[in-house]
Design a protein around this ligand. Structure first.
Ligand code: ZN
Length: 115
């Protein structure tokens, strides 16, 4: 239970109040402005970056058979997270899923292309 001050009249009101009970001023503070991202979008972005960096730091750019298989498996992780994120129509963090799936596809294609 924490209190904030009304933007309209300055009286103390509860922080979850959508409008002031005293003067009726709407309270559009940080609580409603906070952006929330779905975990699948964040997972897609982070796993995409990690997998991409792992693929790019492959020693001497040489891929042996295990690395090719590993790249394909690792690359499919961000793709899977992204597809899940798209399937639940998470618009706010779509750019994360798009970035994740792009990096995942690059890694998979690089793995296949290095054969
Ligand atoms: Zn007020």
């Amino acid at each position: 239970m924490s209190m904030i001050f009304c933007r309209g009249c300055g009286k103390q009101i509860h922080e979850t109040a959508e409008s002031c009970p005293q003067c009726g001023a709407p309270q559009v503070g940080f609580l409603t402005q906070k952006t929330t991202y779905h975990w699948s979008s964040i997972a897609a972005l982070i796993s995409g970056i990690v997998v991409f960096l792992m693929a790019m730091t492959e020693p001497n750019g040489k891929w042996d058979r295990d690395a090719v298989l590993g790249g394909m498996i690792l690359g499919s992780i961000p793709i899977a997270f992204s597809l899940y994120s798209f399937s639940i129509s998470e618009n706010k963090s779509r750019w994360m899923a798009i970035t994740g799936i792009t990096l995942g596809i690059i890694v998979v294609l690089a793995s296949i292309g290095s054969k």
